[in-house]
Design a binder for this molecule. Structure first.
Ligand SMILES: Nc1ncnc2c1ncn2[C@@H]1O[C@H](COP(=O)(O)OP(=O)(O)O)[C@@H](O)[C@H]1O
Ligand SMILES: CC(C)(COP(=O)(O)O)[C@@H](O)C(=O)NCCC(=O)O
Ligand SMILES: [K+]
Length: 199
């Protein structure tokens, strides 16, 4: 069975037990001939997929009573895969969603690592640093690289650990954020687990 989670950066495929990514800018969905069950957060891509009868949109199978209408389908499907925990999906955007006893409690959207890195660079060349993911979040920064790293990462970290719940990391930057959220569990296939429950 072929599954695909389409975000704002990549088509993330799961084919049997292999997962791989294609760039949304270059991948041609017509190249897939077999049936593929998908979810898609990108409105234009979602529209373009309607003409392919072998691309089957799983979003129609969601019971929306626990969610809000404009909520990203990636967030919803990730929540469907979790009973209790905080889900951090670190992709083009970072989404944080809380699930308690299988019920979505709410969540928020934070700039993705790459997007935020560009934001700092665009403010001033004096802020042109890669984030320091090995940052000591217990110490106030005394250098420029840590000043932007702490400003971006510590605020997210403090908010998420305040929920005192298990943390599940997924998305393209999960392994980067794992350096900050040391007790988190990385599950790159969380969304596929949620999708399988819908088929
Ligand atoms: N042009 C880009 N825009 C956003 N993220 C990008 C880009 N190029 C590479 N990345 C990286 O791609 C990953 C996006 O994560 P992924 O989960 O694949 O994306 P999404 O679910 O948003 O499609 C992140 O590691 C991000 O830093
Ligand atoms: C926030 C997102 C863009 C994240 O998508 P991704 O980072 O996977 O590309 C997506 O969940 C979305 O389009 N959400 C709609 C707004 C909302 O969830 O309230
Ligand atoms: K995301």
């Amino acid at each position: 069975m072929l599954l695909c989670d389409i975000g704002n950066t990549s088509y993330h495929f799961l084919d049997a037990d292999e997962d791989y990514k294609e760039d949304v800018k270059t991948f041609n969905p017509a190249s897939i001939k077999e049936n593929v069950y998908y979810i898609c957060v990108e409105p234009n891509t979602k529209k373009s997929l309607l003409k392919f009868s072998n691309w089957i949109d799983l979003s129609e199978k969601i019971n929306m009573s626990n969610y809000y209408n404009t909520m990203g389908i990636d967030r919803i499907v990730a929540c469907e895969a979790v009973q209790n925990g905080v889900i951090i999906d670190a992709g083009s955007a970072i989404t944080v969603d809380v699930v308690k006893d299988g019920v979505f409690q709410g969540g928020f959207i934070y700039p993705g690592c790459r997007a935020m890195s560009f934001t700092y660079k665009n403010i001033s060349s004096a802020l042109d640093y890669e984030f320091n993911y090995d940052l000591d979040t217990k110490k106030l920064p005394k250098n420029s690289q840590d000043a932007i790293s702490y400003g971006y990462l510590k605020l997210l970290y403090s908010e998420v650990i305040s929920y005192k719940m298990p943390i599940i990391l997924t998305g393209g930057d999960a392994n980067l954020l794992k350096k900050i959220f040391v007790d988190a569990k990385v599950n790159d296939r969380l969304i596929f687990e949620g999708m399988k429950k819908l088929i």
